[in-house]
Design a protein around this ligand. Structure first.
Ligand SMILES: Nc1nc2c(c(=O)[nH]1)N[C@H]1C(S)=C(S)[C@@H](COP(=O)(O)O)O[C@H]1N2
Ligand SMILES: [Mo]
Length: 197
């Protein structure tokens, strides 16, 4: 019921491809992909929780309280996932890249549900120290934000590059997440490995 929720019939100025939801799909920015239903042929406002195929049981749901890994959680103790948590991705370099020089431009995207990203930081020493990346504003509400940072390695060897985004509410990505049965909402810091020759 907000102005940012779309019923899309085109993507990049052409009709939606079938795989992406032709003839019509919902686009609900910042919420799980499961909200952006594809292949719409009608709109039906209902007063019950979505009970269509693949939407019931523990689908797109997490326990309402912290649980032990592997713990059996009763179905009534699950809540439907709403906004997506703060997250960043490293899209360059690919993990396991052999770098020829001692520097690389690290690039990626970041987002946080219905918030904006305030900063993205990079670490090449397993989180001991962090460097701020250059961050672009979102092109529109809910869009991924691009970021980049040229990193120079102190000597040859094996490194991991980690990225960590912080959103407009000051919330950052964790090193790891609490276990949940379906593995949803994993917004742990992204890590890629490189070898510096
Ligand atoms: N009709 C329909 N819409 C759907 C789904 C589905 O199974 N059926 N899967 C949802 C989920 S879980 C995701 S992540 C997105 C994937 O959209 P994409 O194929 O455009 O990436 O579609 C959503 N819309
Ligand atoms: Mo999904």
């Amino acid at each position: 019921m907000t102005e940012n929720v779309l019923i899309a019939f085109e993507m990049n100025d052409t009709a939606l491809p079938v795989l992406n939801g032709q003839p019509l799909r919902l686009v609900v920015p910042g919420w799980p992909g499961s909200c952006s239903q594809k292949w719409l042929t009608r709109i039906w406002l209902r007063d019950v929780v979505h009970d269509g195929p693949k939407m019931t049981g523990t689908s797109y749901r997490v326990p309402k309280y912290p649980v032990e890994p592997g713990q059996d959680v009763p179905k009534e103790d699950f809540a439907i996932i709403e906004r997506m948590p703060v997250k960043s991705l490293i899209t360059n370099p690919a993990t396991k890249t052999d770098l020829s020089g001692n520097a690389v431009e690290v690039r990626g995207h970041a987002w946080s549900g219905d918030r904006t990203i305030e900063k993205v930081e990079i670490s090449i020493d397993f989180g001991a120290t962090w460097m701020a990346a250059e961050l672009e504003p979102p092109v529109n509400f809910g869009a991924w934000q691009n970021w980049k940072k040229t990193v120079t390695f102190p000597q040859a060897g094996y490194y991991e590059i980690w990225s960590r985004a912080t959103d407009s509410e000051g919330v950052s990505q964790p090193f790891g997440i609490a276990w949940n049965p379906k593995g949803y909402l994993n917004n742990a810091m992204h890590r890629v490995s490189v070898r510096v020759a």
